[in-house]
Design a protein around this ligand. Structure first.
Ligand code: ITT
Length: 179
């Protein structure tokens, strides 16, 4: 897996580990194009990595309903620029707080390529809560949970319903069928 993000790698490794699949990390700075679909972003990052090993790239982001999916493909940039406080400020007074997290994986092994997508619906909290997870986790409340943010959950709890878990489970089930 090519990623500069320790958290993403650790979550992905745990999930694939449940299927007996080992994941190694290539610590790279990904080249990220601007595109609406996360699959297209992950596919491009993968395409330009000219390496003859089974390789995957994951692109993830937070898509807020009221703002037509913002920050979406700009999720890293927005987090660096205005952080969760900036999102909370932007949404001050907003009643519609629906959002989804998306994770798209692009995978390549020789001539075989495939993409997988996972998503989880939720809401943007009114304040940051919890110190677990990373990125937008302290402000994201999954609909399937009990009102806590991902930041208030342990890694295992997040992995039961997260966008990343869903995408990596699909990859794992597909890989298992390939052998
Ligand atoms: P790489 O590109 O090196 O893999 P990244 O952190 O830039 O790492 P993404 O572009 O996929 O990864 O992620 C976009 C942003 O969304 C980034 O700032 C993350 O912190 C945030 N993000 C992604 N998955 C998340 C998750 O499960 N929980 C919270 N924030 C997440």
């Amino acid at each position: 897996m090519g990623t500069g993000n320790d958290h993403k790698y650790n979550e992905a490794r745990e999930i694939l580990g449940e299927y007996g699949i080992e994941l190694e990390r290539l610590s790279i700075e990904r080249v990220e194009i601007q595109a609406d679909e996360p699959e297209a972003i992950a596919e491009y990052s993968l395409k330009i990595l000219n390496m003859d090993i089974p390789l995957l790239i994951e692109d993830a982001g937070l898509y807020i309903d009221k703002y037509q999916g913002f920050p979406g493909p700009y999720s890293s940039y927005v987090l660096r620029a205005i952080d969760n406080e900036g999102i909370l400020k932007l949404m001050e007074g907003d009643g519609d707080r629906g959002a989804i997290y998306l994770s798209a994986i692009a995978y390549r092994d020789g001539d075989i390529t495939a993409t997988f997508r996972g998503e989880v619906k939720g809401e943007i909290a009114h304040e940051k809560r919890g110190t677990g997870g990373f990125g937008y986790d302290p402000i994201f409340i999954p609909t399937e949970g009990d009102g806590r943010t991902f930041g208030e959950m342990g890694v295992d709890e997040k992995a039961k319903i997260s966008h990343r878990a869903r995408a990596f489970k699909q990859l794992a089930e597909w890989l298992v069928k390939q052998v």
